[in-house]
Design a protein around this ligand. Structure first.
Ligand code: NAD
Length: 328
């Protein structure tokens, strides 16, 4: 890993906060951490990084973030959330195009040596995700393009922007398509949360209140794979250090239905709940998982932390947050 100064954007968010910690543990001595949220709303504020509040949809803020010798950029800042958020906030999601565009421009002018962009499995063609028995999405399944409306199109456009900045301006770009990342220090309520955190919250709420009913979005048979955040930060690092010049999957291949995810959380909590299914709620594609053939070939590695192991840690963290709030 280059020992130069590193910028992590979206550092007040879930994955960005973990990435700053990962890079510090890896020995990066100078880390700039930027997010638009006030520090009081960052999931993790690390005292060894230089922390800044900047709104990176503006070019001057991007220029400010890379000044004073930043050499490597990890661009994770985006307006995003789970299905409930992205289905109802398409314009906001698409406005993240300003962040990546201006970050690339600022990086180009500052002579940044390497640029990482966090893309998403939402770039994949929806027609290839209509079956719960999805064999796993391969990288070429993004085309012909029929991405998730709003959020997915922005990610696909920004991937291409990285590609052309690399081809035309010589910035080394690395792009990973994250598949559902979960873990501690992330959103678990408020409307932007994703399924693993939402299920933990609902089950913990049942334990705390004694109300044994749980609502599940859709019929619960829709499938997904979920990647624990430690696999995500290791994967970002490996991809950044690699020669992979095209967008690559970074996700778990352990596919489960939402009902199976709830089974796991119930088991961790030692509780059985009465499930009701809200068929009108946002539910996304029918089946999605990561085909890891390419990452295994390129890196000899794939995410491997089991869903059960990752969910135990996530559940424990959300449990602590909720019980602490309840006692205030
Ligand atoms: P997050 O919402 O926790 O973090 C994103 C952070 O970006 C937030 O803290 C937000 O305040 C910040 N941000 C938004 N607009 C900004 C702006 N204009 N200027 C500066 N900061 C801004 O999300 P996350 O889960 O940590 O996701 C990180 C990245 O990974 C995002 O680009 C997201 O699209 C991508 N991704 C995440 C997942 C997942 O499952 N979590 C899946 C696919 C892709």
């Amino acid at each position: 890993m280059s020992n130069g100064k590193v910028l992590v954007t979206g550092a007040g968010g879930f994955i960005g906060g973990h990435l700053v910690q990962y890079l510090k543990d890896k020995g990066v001595s100078e880390i700039v951490a930027v997010d638009k949220k006030p520090f009081s709303e960052w999931y993790q504020v690390h005292n060894y990084s230089e922390n800044k509040v900047l709104d990176l949809q503006y070019l001057d803020a991007c220029e400010e973030s890379v000044k004073d010798g930043v050499e490597v950029v990890y661009n994770l800042a985006a307006d995003m959330g789970g299905m409930g958020f992205i289905e109802n906030n398409k314009a906001l999601c698409m406005l993240s195009v300003l962040i990546n565009t201006h970050m690339l421009e600022a990086a180009r002018h500052a002579g940044i040596s390497k640029f990482f962009y966090a893309s998403s499995a939402c770039v994949y063609n929806g027609e290839k995700q209509q079956d719960v028995n999805n064999p796993g999405l391969k990288e070429e399944d993004a085309y012909p393009a029929l991405a998730e409306d709003g959020y997915g199109w922005e990610k696909l456009f920004s991937e291409r922007m990285c590609r052309h900045f690399m081809e035309d301006f010589g910035i080394t770009c690395r792009v990973a398509r994250f598949h559902n990342v979960y873990g501690p220090f992330g959103t678990y309520d408020g409307g932007r949360e994703k399924a693993p955190a939402a299920m933990c919250r609902k089950v913990i709420n049942s334990k705390m209140t004694g109300d044994l009913n749980i609502e599940i979005w859709g019929d619960g048979e829709q499938t997904r794979s979920f990647m624990y955040v430690d696999d995500c930060t290791s994967g970002i690092d490996k991809i950044m250090e690699s020669h992979i010049e095209y967008p690559i999957n970074l996700g778990s291949a352990e596919m489960v239905s939402i009902n199976q995810l709830v089974d796991i959380v119930e088991d961790i909590a030692g509780i059985k709940l009465n499930r009701s299914y809200n068929l009108g709620a946002p539910k996304g594609v029918r089946g999605r998982s990561s085909d890891n053939t390419l990452i295994k070939k390129e890196l000899g590695w794939e995410p491997s932390i089991s869903l059960r192991e990752g969910m135990e840690k996530t559940y424990a963290w959300i449990y602590d947050q909720m019980t602490a709030k309840a006692t205030v």
